[in-house]
Design a binder for this molecule. Sequence first.
Ligand SMILES: NC(=O)c1ccc[n+]([C@@H]2O[C@H](COP(=O)([O-])OP(=O)(O)OC[C@H]3O[C@@H](n4cnc5c(N)ncnc54)[C@H](OP(=O)(O)O)[C@@H]3O)[C@@H](O)[C@H]2O)c1
Length: 257
Amino acid sequence: MAEKTYPWKVAWITGASGAICGEIAKRLARAGVKVAATARPSERLDALAASSSNITAFPADVLEPEELKSCAAKVEAALGPIDLAMLGAGMYVPFDFRNIDLDGFHKTMALNVDGVINGLAAVLPAMLDRREGQLAIMGSLFGYAGWPGNGSYGASKAAVINLAESLKLELRGTGVDLTLINPGFVDTPLNAAYDPKKKLFVMSKERCARKILEKLPKRPYEIAFPIQVEGFLKTVRNMPRMVSFPLVRWFIKATGA
Ligand SMILES: NC(=O)c1ccc[n+]([C@@H]2O[C@H](COP(=O)([O-])OP(=O)(O)OC[C@H]3O[C@@H](n4cnc5c(N)ncnc54)[C@H](OP(=O)(O)O)[C@@H]3O)[C@@H](O)[C@H]2O)c1
C-alpha cells in the first residue's frame, strides 16, 4: 500500500523519544517528512534517529527556554523552515490529597505547561514572519474536568487547553494555525502509575498516532478521542456543578474508573 503523504516538509517534535510522539515521528518520516526529534539526550532518542534517514535528533530540555530557542534555530538551519511544530513532551504523576506530592505537582506543571510555552516561544516568531506554519499541542481530555487522582496532571492540561483557546483566537489571520490534541488513555509509560482498573477506553500508541495523523493535515482546532471519553468529560464540563459532581461520583462507582 502506498505510504500516506502529508502537507509538511519539516516537522519539529518535542517529546519525540516518547511513545505517542515517537510513533508519530516514525510515521511522518516513512512518508518523507523531515523530522527533527527533540527530547533530552538519551539512547531512546538516538535509537529513534537511527531508525530512519528522515529523522534527526536535536536534543534539548524543554524546560530551558534559551536552549529550546537555539534548538529550533538549529533545526531550521539544518532542515529548512519548520512547518509543523508538535509540542508533546509531558508527564503524569498521581495526586493524593492526603499526602500531596508537591515536587511532582511542580514538575508536572513545569513540563506540561512551561514546556509548551517554551516551545511556542521558540518556533512561533519565525512562523509569524513567514505567515505560515502549524502548531500542534498535546493536551488531554482530562484537562476538561476535574477527576480524582488527577490534581496535578488535570490542572496542567486545563492550563494547556486555556492557552490553546487564547492563542487560537489571536492567531486568526496570521497564517499560523493551532491544533490542540486531546487523547484519552493511551497505553504508554506515562500513565504506568495509574491504576489499570481505572483506565477506561485505553488505546494503543499506534492507534493514537494514526488518529492524530488522519486529522492533523486538515488543521482543525481540536483532535479529541475516544468519543466516549470526550463526550462524557465535555458534557460534565458544561453542566452546573451541582449536577456534574454527583454524576462523576456515580460514574466512578458504576464503572470502577
Ligand atoms: N499516554 C496517555 O494516556 C496520554 C493521554 C493524553 C495525552 N497525552 C499526552 O501526550 C504526550 C506524550 O505522552 P506519552 O504517553 O507518549 O509520554 P511518554 O512516552 O512518557 O513521553 C514523554 C516524552 O517527553 C520527553 N520529556 C520529558 N521531560 C522532558 C524535558 N525536560 N525536555 C524534553 N523532553 C522531555 C521524554 O523524553 P526524555 O525524558 O528522554 O527527555 C519523552 O520523549 C504528553 O504531553 C501527554 O501528556 C498522553
